[in-house]
Write a protein that binds this ligand. Structure first.
Ligand code: IPM
Ligand code: MN
Length: 353
């Protein structure tokens, strides 16, 4: 099969982890007789530096004219620490999600046996945890009206959701639950927020109409944040809005042992983008210490999207094997660590065996 892939390496460690994901995809090409083309485009701080715009028109064109998009990371401290910056790298990613209508972000989290005793949480808490977060990605407070008073003393962000926005992502989450352990937890703040109450009534209605065989429950986000680290194996599919999903997915990454392992897919009805959940880790850029596995597993999710299931499994097994043999970057293998490139090469080699 031939597939065209748009590649947005982005900022910080983005280019390093993307290079390893490409290496692994090239091993898949060879092993399974596929051909992939990679078309690079600029986004984030890299794009601001080159064009003044975090998401140049040309980049959107590259994204829409390929079969899928592989994305590295975004963000640069020279913008983070400057409250007066008019353009920010993150705007590029947010604008791309919006432009391509990537309304659903899927973030799987599982505990790796080999890392359980190294994880910050106790073995008995995380053993057997296997969950997936469905995060709404193009609405809510991220995209609501933003206001700043002229004197700069007051600012607000509006959290707005429509039934339609909730329904489309909820369908995908319910469908995922039917293919997993048939349980869906809606995470919201319905005791305080009107938008959360709309989530509750809409999801309840959808459940009654189409997915009554799925076990549905509800948790307030503050309690969910606690439950996630107290007893993560109670969860199967978590469905939530944009901001809550952003926060609890970083939290959930602790279960997996490192944020450097968490992959994600951002999908809409037409386009799909695959991205690690970690950021650009600028302090780690250029040092060969970034964990490439989250991006490599995001590439595996991309292969699933292409219906290349055997190939995706091959990446996942190679990753498991690598982790089990303690071949890891310092975040998961502090005693004896390997570089970003070594980990990527090891995974590629295993695929080619
Ligand atoms: C993520 C990131 C982004 C987000 C940032 C970089 C805008 O944290 O994908 O989780 O907040 O969505
Ligand atoms: Mn985030």
């Amino acid at each position: 099969m031939h597939k065209n892939i748009a590649v947005l390496a982005g900022d910080g460690i983005g280019p390093e982890v993307i290079a390893e994901a490409i290496k692994v995809l090239q091993a898949i090409e060879k092993k399974y007789n596929h051909s992939f083309s990679f078309e690079q485009a600029l986004m984030g701080a890299a794009a601001i530096d080159a064009t003044g715009n975090p998401l140049p028109e040309e980049t959107i064109k590259t994204c829409t004219s390929n079969d899928a998009i592989l994305f590295g990371a975004i963000g640069d401290p020279k913008y983070d620490n400057n409250p007066d910056a008019k353009v920010r790298p993150e705007q590029g990613l947010l604008a791309l999600r919006k432009a391509l209508n990537l309304y659903c972000n899927v973030r799987p989290v599982a505990a790796y046996d080999a890392l359980i005793d190294k994880a910050p949480l106790k073995r008995e808490r995380i053993e057997g945890a296997d969950l997936v977060i469905y995060r709404e990605l193009t609405g809510g407070i991220y995209f609501g009206e933003k206001r700043e008073s002229e004197n700069g003393d007051v600012a607000s962000d509006l959290c707005k959701y429509s039934k339609e926005e909730i329904i489309r992502v909820a369908h995908l989450a319910f469908k995922a639950a039917t293919k997993r352990n048939n349980k869906l937890t809606l995470v919201d703040k319905a005791n305080v927020l009107a938008s959360s109450r709309l989530w509750r009534s809409t999801v309840t209605e959808l459940h009654q109409k189409h997915y009554s065989t799925v076990d549905l429950d509800y948790l307030f986000v503050d309690n969910a944040a606690m439950q996630l680290i107290l007893n993560p194996s109670q969860f199967d599919v978590i469905l939530t809005g944009n901001l809550f999903g952003d926060i609890i997915s970083d939290e959930a990454s602790v279960i997996g042992g490192s944020i450097g392992l968490l992959a994600s897919a951002s999908v809409g009805d037409k386009y799909a983008l695959f991205e690690p959940i970690h950021g650009s880790f600028p302090q780690g850029a250029g040092k060969g210490i970034a964990n490439p596995i989250a991006t490599i597993l995001s590439a595996a999710m991309m292969l699933e999207h292409f219906d290349m299931h055997v190939e995706a499994k091959a990446i996942q097994s190679a990753v498991n094997n690598t982790i089990n043999n303690s071949i890891g970057t310092p975040d998961i293998s502090p005693e004896k660590s390997y570089t970003t490139t070594e980990v990527g090469s090891h995974i590629s080699k295993l695929i080619l065996q």
